[in-house]
Ligand binder design. Structure first.
Ligand SMILES: NC(=O)c1ccc[n+]([C@@H]2O[C@H](COP(=O)([O-])OP(=O)(O)OC[C@H]3O[C@@H](n4cnc5c(N)ncnc54)[C@H](OP(=O)(O)O)[C@@H]3O)[C@@H](O)[C@H]2O)c1
Length: 307
């Protein structure tokens, strides 16, 4: 018998026994070795409609294939029982095992730890899309709000690979993480616009927001004239009212781009060009404790659950 976490009501979670369905054609069953955690896990559960409950939780996992549907290949090609894989985007990843579409399953690079593989793709694909839609290119200096967070750290690394320079906001305690990935850290809070101007005397080409505060948005609007080069993943209302870009994994264009970039991100990670700093792992049974850390807004890196 497998076990999984479900949301039973907004903000209420339960760890339950469940039967893992056998894979049909186009599906595989994965025994989970690490389940990635993201703010979306608790946010989506908090705002789901009554009809959505019980709601499976967890969008990404790494593990071992234990069964594969007839005539089925995984996204990276081949695939068989015993293969080590990662999967994103899945439903119900906070589980000991689950059955998922094979199109979302990729071979796991041997160099990645389970918890790294399980936390690579949601943040990585989000960052890749933010850079893509704002047309970040070599020679640009860009502003990243929340550069010390999971998406922020992926943005720092992917921007550097493009040849762009990043000025990134963070708490003073997180400056070292921003610098480690090539960013110039600046503290958020009063005076942010002047600090960014001081760190980027040649101007800011694009602003990428992972925080969603009015401060982050107002400073972005003050520094970047072209609203098509401002993107947020956390302030959709401001994007609508002020006419800049808002991204969300369930929007069709975002989903298409993020799905298409997964294989490339795995290659970068395999080559050691894209790291995932994991702050902490928790036993799967302790997911509630992990959610509290995530909700606090300063997890210090990715969190993963280990069955
Ligand atoms: N729309 C999408 O497609 C999408 C996809 C992924 C994530 N998201 C959203 O994007 C946000 C970031 O996700 P993540 O996974 O990177 O989160 P995370 O790893 O938990 O990082 C949180 C970040 O927020 C910063 N922060 C916390 N409170 C702050 C404040 N009051 N002012 C400024 N910065 C503050 C933290 O910086 P310090 O610790 O240095 O202060 C840290 O960098 C979340 O809201 C998440 O829900 C959206």
């Amino acid at each position: 018998m497998a076990r999984h976490w479900i949301a039973t009501a907004p903000g209420a979670f339960a760890f339950e026994d469940y039967d893992v369905p056998p894979p049909r054609a186009g599906e595989v069953t994965i025994e989970v070795r690490a389940a990635g955690m993201n703010p979306a896990d608790h946010k989506h559960a908090a705002r789901a409609a009554a009809a959505d409950f019980p709601l499976p939780i967890g969008y990404e996992v790494a593990g071992v294939i234990t069964a594969i549907g007839p005539g089925t290949e995984i996204a990276s090609g081949g695939g068989g029982v015993g293969d080590e894989v990662l999967a994103y985007r899945v439903r119900g990843g906070w589980a000991t095992a689950l059955t998922v579409p094979a199109a979302d399953v990729f071979a796991k690079p041997a160099s990645l730890a389970w918890e790294e593989a399980a936390t690579l793709l949601l943040a990585g694909a989000t960052a890749a899309e933010m850079l893509h839609v704002t047309r970040v290119a070599a020679g640009d200096t860009i502003l990243v709000h929340g550069a010390s967070g999971a998406v922020g750290v992926s943005l720092l690394q992917q921007a550097a690979l493009l040849g762009a320079r990043v000025v990134g906001t963070a708490s003073a305690g997180s400056f070292a993480r921003v610098q480690r990935y090539g960013g110039v850290p600046v503290a958020h809070g009063d005076g942010l616009e002047q600090r960014v101007r001081g760190a980027a005397p040649g101007g800011i080409a694009a602003a990428l927001d992972c925080i969603g505060t009015d401060e982050a948005i107002d400073v972005s609007l003050a520094l970047v004239a072209d609203r098509d080069r401002i993107a947020t993943i956390a302030a959709p209302q401001r994007a609508r009212s002020d006419g800049f870009l808002a991204l969300g994994g369930t929007l069709p264009a975002s989903k298409t781009y993020r799905d298409a970039v997964r294989g490339h991100l795995i290659e970068l990670a395999e080559q050691g060009l894209l790291e995932v700093p994991v702050a902490r792992t928790f036993p799967l049974a302790d997911a509630i404790e992990a959610v509290e850390l995530l909700r606090g807004g300063h997890p210090g890196g990715k969190l993963a659950l280990l069955p």
